[in-house]
Design a protein around this ligand. Sequence first.
Ligand SMILES: [Zn+2]
Ligand SMILES: [Zn+2]
Length: 353
Amino acid sequence: MGAFDVYRGQARCPACRAIHFFSGQTKVFDPDFGEHCMRDLAVGRPQPVGFRPSSMLEAAIWEDEWWRVRARGVPGELTLLPDLGEQFACSCGRPLVTLLRFRLDDAAAEVELLEIELLDLLEDDAAARVDLADRDGMFDVDSPWDDVEELAAAPESARIEALRAALALRFEGHETWFVPPPAGFTWLIGQARCEACGDARERRLWTMYSHPGYVTSIFGEGWAGGVLRPGSRIGGPSPWRERDEDRGYYLRLRHPLPARSLTLCEEDASWACACGAGPVAVVAHFRVDDAGLTLASIALRSVRSLADLADVDLVCAPRCVRALRLREGWGGVVRQPKGREEALACLARRFGG
Ligand SMILES: [Zn+2]
Ligand SMILES: [Zn+2]
């Protein structure tokens, strides 16, 4: 790990306009780590780097790790492609490329984040906009380049093409990333409606209903992970519904549960609907009958207080359901269930209550 160059900010998905919140490390401003650690790279906050930042663009390779893509960028600016592995697809399904644009101030030896930009991998030529890219992920088995020196010495058009290919590889088969999900995980796929603005569109949404590390899913024996769509059935009895107990990382908010419905709420995600109604929590409504559960609908909710959970039966709240406790003797730490009152107080604190 290098210096803690934490960048933060937000940017919109070019397809659905959802607002994505970022907090990550560039690890690109390493050289002066000893003097300037914990740089806070945010719009409107110039940060000292302790060297002339334009020097990052004067050689084909920067600090052995970063290679120059386009030959000439915007004077006084640096456009950086963070780690290929951190590139993600929006919940609307669109594969996105994240670029960080910095202003470089040689006289002050400072940099300032100008913008986090999300480009559409399919529609925009993101590779041609990059000044520096990380070497990681550039040398897979099919790569014509043996090492970063060879790549950085290639003509500009070949360098841009190499980055295009690496980005395409990162998103290869992105339509099928979620179907089937990796064993043990559960995704919700289907129309999801924002409760604030009514926008409804197809989304792919992560849940904690099941996890490879759980013995059983939140639903019990009848579900071990996969994709749930509106109309999907989870068969089998649900004896756990009758017991006043939490389920995995889900805190039970009431007992008894309604006889014919089940409402689950996820933790806040790192994005918000285009309408700007705060980070979304995924709320799933199930119908309950004697033979099992049916996913009825998916909603996106901005949860600001406990009152916003009034219709929720179980809420995902890992840090409130379980606490790190010291084992007796020399046994290290263990996660143990918290008592109900302790868990509810924790949840209330989360909302500032
Ligand atoms: Zn989107
Ligand atoms: Zn909305």
